[in-house]
Design a protein around this ligand. Sequence first.
Ligand code: ZN
Ligand code: FE
Ligand code: FE
Length: 268
Amino acid sequence: MRQLADYHMHTPLCRHATGEPVDYAAQAVALGLEEIGISDHSPMREDGFDSWRMNLDDLDNYVAAVEQARVAHPGLTIRLALEVDYLPGQEDWIRDLAARHPWDYFIGSVHYLGGWDIDNPQKLAEWKHRDVTEVWVAYVERLTEAARSGLFDILGHIDLPKKFGHYPDVSVLPRYERFLETARAAGVAIELNTAGLRKDCREIYPSRAILAAAYRCGVPITFGSDAHAPDEVGSAWAEAMALARSVGYRTCCRFAARRRSEVPLDLA
Ligand code: ZN
Ligand code: FE
Ligand code: FE
């Protein structure tokens, strides 16, 4: 379990995380992890899109900081990745980004619906003006487009609308099943993201019901703490492992140079 790779962590370049990649790596080594991936919020083509991602000028610095962590911790495998917002119309930009550096994987995340970043605590009031079920429906639809786009290796925190405790009136599971079928067909993994345990929803992303559907559908998984500080690396790893196993998973996947491999959960 200690060897489960933590594939989701941030850096100060996104302006809301602390600790350099070398600090995250040191924490991973202290925990006995053998592999991590740094996956900070990707830049947009134009800076100023919002206040919580790296500027484009910092992209090379980001890659250099990950390289420094590799040099400082040669016994730890450190993957170079990004958490990339999926926004319709940005596909060319995402392909441009993909060509700029030797990435190991891209996590595709839906944070935005229209101009609203639904998980932004500063935009929490917006939920009062919305039909919660409609938000969920739009979210799953956008996720499905992200899976179909072929731009991503992993899809991040796939039931993010629950973050602040907003749940739909009707089951959205059939919609998730259609999304998961698309992900499986497209060869995209989903992540178990333990950051949900630190939010109002107090639950790993995704829920047990969605994860069980993912297992039945044959969608592979990765694990991520979504750490925004080094002491969050590997957080709730035992719980994440137990959840994955309880719905049937016996393998998880890893990425190198955007190619997927499967490893047994026991050894993972
Ligand atoms: Zn973040
Ligand atoms: Fe995210
Ligand atoms: Fe993240």
